[in-house]
Ligand binder design. Structure first.
Ligand code: 1HE
Length: 264
């Protein structure tokens, strides 16, 4: 397929297809997966050309770190206009991830720093192993976030906590991360990718329209005025339940062909 060809050509990403799952590995381990323009544009290509048989995507870092953030060696070259365009380019690509047709799961280990944290925030589910840590050293580098963190991260951890990280350089450990909202899952040592794949397998089996509603409609509803949000919810609910896929799944439950909800 076209996407497979794109993936093969990509050199800063390691792309692998496992059944209906697409694994996107950030592959600059010698630079701790620092995000240069090349890697961001390769991510864009992958998400623009997602094959239709892919049901979920897992983003992970090769070499023990998720990402050390913006490649600081490229920053020196930029004036104000180039900086603005660069930030808008990241926004375009990370919006593509957030608005992907299928769920995107980030498997986090080691450094999840600056732009690496911004990338993780664009995913729908974050899974961290105990080695992960979260930091925004922009403050001490004399810069500001530019990859969407000021919009996405406060929705996860609160603006006060993000401000503290930027002002004081505070680093949060993986163990604290789940309670605070950085990640939804904490695994055993080196377990992030395995758990992310397990979750990806599960979400890929959902009705496509349910995944669409959760990824596209839910964030809009959550940000809307209450009455607009409730109306959007009703419209989405009615569309989803009238889909044949929903009818089949509900009939299967009523005919006791599928499992019940279990508490563990
Ligand atoms: C890099 C980068 C990078 C590593 N840009 N080259 N991000 C930061 O401020 C984090 C900067 N990085 C670090 O603090 C450390 O590298 C780590 C804690 C992530 C890892 O430490 P360590 O000891 O395992 O590795 P290292 O020896 O520091 O780094 C290995 C190499 O990667 C080294 O290059 P080398 O040629 O000397 O081997 C480092 O220079 C290189 N490297 N991180 C460029 N970030 C859209 S706005 C977003 C704004 C931000 O993201 S600001 C946060 C930037």
């Amino acid at each position: 397929t076209q996407a497979a060809a794109t993936a093969t050509a990509a050199s800063l990403l390691q792309i692998e297809t496992r059944g209906r799952l697409l694994l996107v590995g950030l592959n600059r381990p010698a630079k701790r997966n620092a995000l240069n323009d090349g890697i961001i544009l390769e991510i864009e290509q992958v998400f623009q050309a997602l094959p239709s048989d892919i049901g979920a995507v897992v983003i992970h870092g090769i070499g023990g770190h998720f990402s050390a953030g913006l490649d600081l060696s490229e920053l020196q070259e930029r004036d104000a206009t180039a900086g603005l365009m660069h930030s808008r380019m990241w926004h375009r690509v990370f919006d593509l991830i957030q608005q992907a047709r299928v769920p995107v799961i980030a498997a986090l280990q080691g450094a999840v720093i600056g732009g690496g944290l911004e990338l993780a925030c664009a995913a729908h589910i974050r899974v961290a192993d105990p080695s992960a840590y979260y930091a925004l050293p922009e403050g001490s580098r004399g810069i500001f976030v530019g990859g969407g963190a000021s919009m996405r991260l406060p929705r996860l951890i609160g603006v006060h906590r993000m401000a503290d990280m930027m002002l004081t350089g505070r680093v949060y450990k993986s163990e604290e991360g789940v309670a605070l909202g950085f990640a939804q899952y904490l695994t055993d040592a080196d377990g992030a990718l395995t758990k992310a794949l397990e979750l990806a397998e599960r979400v890929a089996q959902n009705a496509p329209l349910t995944n669409f509603a959760v990824l596209q409609a839910l964030p809009l509803i959550a940000e809307a005025s209450p009455q607009t949000g409730l109306m959007l919810e009703s419209l989405m609910a009615s569309v989803a339940q009238s889909d044949q896929e929903a009818k089949n799944r509900i009939r299967d439950f009523l005919e006791r062909k599928v499992g019940k909800v279990k508490s563990e």
